[in-house]
Design a protein around this ligand. Structure first.
Ligand code: TIU
Length: 234
């Protein structure tokens, strides 16, 4: 008996040049996850600035993420956005997170972009350059990891996603926490080296090195150009 196998392009894997070795991207099973590209982290007067950081360090990630986002949308891949933040009554904010640090301005306090890290406020929303399109899921998360206390995993499994392209801020905090959560759940992750950023350039570098050390202990690292070329030349 002869069996004919019809394979949709999306089910074939594409080789993405990556560190520590090429990543076999299966487009139909891959999603772009853009982490916390919010005014609160990227613009003056938000949460990132309240923690004493120079927020200008994060802007370098915007253009590479925008280019990757455009390529993924064109390829009709799933795109997910996340936002770190809390309910206006702060009932999902742990005392430990609220008390943390010795700065004058805390989560929930008034700032120039509204209440710091509170859902619905101007500062909490995603920057205009990377605004989600209608239909693209936005995951609101109370913690650093995008899986903790959210329905992200349910949503990914429901769509048959097993590979994540991770972008966003900050590399060693929310991106890395999400990378580790995803890795333990069986997702294969590729982190964009120029589509992530940290307030501390040395932490950005170290976080990327840690992600793909020990022959991909947590995952792979590639540039946005490498990922875009692979997606666009399928
Ligand atoms: N402070 C810092 O580097 N990051 C965070 O608090 N959250 C995220 O990384 N999104």
């Amino acid at each position: 008996m002869v069996t004919l196998e019809v394979q949709h392009w999306g089910e074939m894997s594409i080789s993405v040049p990556a560190r520590p070795y090429d990543f076999a991207l299966t487009q139909a099973q891959a999603a772009l996850v853009i982490i916390d590209m919010q005014r609160d982290f990227l613009e003056p007067g938000g949460f990132g600035a309240a923690l004493g950081n120079d927020v200008s360090h994060l802007r370098a990630a915007i253009a590479p993420i925008a280019a990757t986002l455009a390529a993924c949308r064109k390829a009709e891949m799933l795109v997910i956005h996340t936002r770190e933040g809390h309910r206006p009554d702060l009932s999902d904010l742990t005392g430990a997170k609220h008390r943390r640090g010795r700065f004058a301005t805390r989560i929930g306090d008034d700032g120039p972009m509204g209440r710091i890290l509170v859902r619905g406020e101007h500062g909490h929303d995603i920057i205009a350059e990377l605004a989600p399109l209608p239909g693209e899921p936005v995951i609101d998360k109370p913690g650093k990891g995008a899986f903790y206390a959210t329905d992200l995993e349910l949503l990914l499994r429901g769509r048959g996603i097993s590979q994540l392209i991770l972008a966003g801020v900050t590399t060693e905090v929310c991106v890395h926490t999400t990378l580790r959560e995803a890795n333990d759940r069986g997702f294969e992750c590729i982190v964009l080296e120029d589509g992530t950023a940290s307030y501390f350039p040395e932490f950005h570098k170290a976080a990327l090195a840690m992600a793909c050390a020990q022959d991909a202990i947590f995952g792979w690292v590639a540039s946005s150009a490498e990922v875009i070329a692979a997606i666009s030349n399928r």
